[in-house]
Design a protein around this ligand. Structure first.
Ligand SMILES: Cc1cc2nc3c(=O)[nH]c(=O)nc-3n(C[C@H](O)[C@H](O)[C@H](O)COP(=O)(O)OP(=O)(O)OC[C@H]3O[C@@H](n4cnc5c(N)ncnc54)[C@H](O)[C@@H]3O)c2cc1C
Length: 479
């Protein structure tokens, strides 16, 4: 496809020294931890934002924090860009390399280091997958709350990079609300510990700054996260509506009434059909929009909360209410939702938008999204975290047709601008990456961005960490 988003020009001095750099890095790493051949590098040329790709200079796969530090020390000495990478599931191109960059992949650092039920914390290496944490503590009645749909593959390091969320974050918060500490390597190889097992750390909230910094402030090698006790029970319930607007208004009213279920997820008709065909979850096919609302607690608590939610849903003309009757039904309901992106990929290429809006604007933004995509002659499926106002229009297109792809990108940009104009923000959980980088001036003034870049430069004055991302290429400080 024709690329419309630019990358930084590769540094000729770095490209010219490729062989020498490979030999030097091989000396710093154990055997088998440096990839330099074209075939081996190929899987690292893109992430889940597959429309863009660049072959990296080299890929380092360190096994320890000290090895990460040695590689960073070397790269900073020779001004070599570095792109941190977890599982490469970023939907905004956050892990896509550039031709002069060494990718530092954390996949070999995948050990759970400590589980502390007294403090309700787990300390894990950055390459541990999100789901692994919950699996490790499940038998003891605990779980790790943020649950991206990609949780089978994505790493805790990547979750911190993007401040990731998921269906159950409405009640429990996103990564930043569940992260207590990190071990991180700075651009020059210095190893720092920030936060710990306690609820709050002294000094500035550096952890808050690091969470969501997209690999630009340092490379996280270990994380300490909060564990949560499993509820007594949980029950997802399906609410069908005759229009997306009615479902959107119902969500705003539920939250506005002070009711906070664990999750409120939204699907429009195209998304319902796609997910039902894939998961056979029992979604109603005769509705225009569906909410999956999950309540949890004791049977009495769940019943009481459902009575209040059903009352609100009736005010918005709910046409179908279906409670899951068994653990299997509940699992299927979530399987359908969590497979939504993959299931969509079975029928078309798509780009996934990730804007947030205030809940009062949900109905309006949903209607305008449909109009915008139709005006480009394309189709859209909406499936998203409605309770958080975190929208994910999936714009369907043909990646092999450059004009179609350009239309999809333009439609996506218009939708994200709509979210900002409605009082929301460019990204809820997928990060800016390269995808939204050039829209940052729609959200922020140059003065805002200058402040953010000054904070970034305090951590990485040479701008070697993931430099093509987040900040528009124009208006940066001179390197
Ligand atoms: C099918 C599908 C469903 C998804 N569903 C969700 C969802 O529900 N919620 C959600 O929030 N996201 C979702 N995502 C997006 C993606 O999974 C998340 O952004 C995830 O956190 C990325 O993790 P990763 O390990 O793949 O990181 P990568 O994609 O490898 O990297 C992501 C970013 O983090 C940086 N990074 C990676 N590791 C480190 C580290 N150790 N230290 C510092 N920086 C680092 C990278 O440089 C990059 O900027 C989905 C993606 C897919 C493909």
């Amino acid at each position: 496809m024709a690329e419309t988003i630019g990358f930084l020009q590769p540094r000729p001095a770095v490209i010219a020294r490729r062989r020498e750099i490979a030999a030097d890095l091989a000396d710093l790493l154990p055997a088998g931890c440096l990839i330099s051949d074209e075939r081996g590098l190929k899987p690292f040329e893109t992430d889940a934002f597959i429309a863009y790709r660049r072959m990296p200079l080299l890929v380092a796969l360190p096994e320890t924090t000290e090895q990460v530090a040695a590689v960073l020390k070397y790269c900073s000495r020779y001004n070599i860009p570095v792109v941190p990478r977890g599982a490469g599931t970023s939907l905004s191109g956050g892990a896509i390399p550039q031709e002069d960059a060494v990718v530092i992949g954390l996949s070999k650092m995948s050990r759970i280091l400590d589980v502390d039920f007294f403090n309700r914390t787990a300390t894990v290496q950055a390459g541990v997958t999100n789901l692994n944490i919950s699996e490790a503590v499940s038998a003891d009645g605990f779980f790790y709350a943020p649950d991206p749909s990609s949780q089978l593959a994505c790493t805790i390091g990547g979750n911190i990079g993007m401040n990731s969320g998921g269906a159950h974050c409405l009640k429990y918060g996103v990564t930043t609300n569940n992260l207590l500490g990190v071990k991180m390597v700075l651009f020059d190889g210095t190893i720092v510990d920030i936060g710990g097992k306690a609820l709050d750390a002294a000094g500035y909230d550096l952890l808050g700054l690091i969470c969501g910094s997209e690999g630009q402030l340092g490379i996280v090698t270990e994380a300490t996260v909060r564990l949560i006790a499993k509820p007594e029970g949980a029950r997802p319930v399906l609410f069908g509506f005759a229009s997306s607007e009615a479902a959107g208004a119902c969500v705003a009213d539920v939250i506005g009434s002070g009711i906070v279920p664990v999750a409120i997820e939204f699907m429009d008709k195209p998304a319902i059909e796609i997910c039902e065909a894939f998961a056979h979850a029992g979604y109603p096919l005769d509705v225009e929009a569906l909410l999956i609302v999950e309540v949890e607690g004791s049977e009495a608590e769940m019943d009481a909360m459902l009575v209040s939610i059903i009352e609100v849903a009736r005010r918005h003309g709910v046409t179908t209410i279906k409670e899951s009757q068994s653990a299997l039904e509940a699992a299927l309901i979530w399987k359908g939702r969590k497979s939504a992106f993959g299931a969509t990929g079975r029928i078309a290429d798509y780009i996934c938008m990730d804007g947030t809006v205030p809940l009062s604007q949900l109905s309006h933004v949903l209607r305008r999204t449909g109009e915008i995509v139709a005006s480009y002659g394309l189709r859209v499926a909406n499936v998203f975290h409605a309770g958080d106002g975190n929208m994910h229009p999936l714009i369907l297109y043909n990646i092999n047709d450059p004009e179609d792809a350009a239309r999809a990108e333009s439609a996506g940009n218009d939708i994200l601008k709509l979210c900002v104009d409605a009082g929301g923000c460019l990204t809820g959980e997928h990060g800016v990456g390269i995808e939204k980088r050039d829209l940052m001036l729609h959200q922020f003034t140059q003065t805002d961005l200058d402040q953010q870049m000054a904070a970034r430069a305090a951590f990485d004055p040479q701008w070697i960490l993931n430099p093509s991302k987040v900040f528009p290429l124009e208006g940066r400080p001179a390197a």
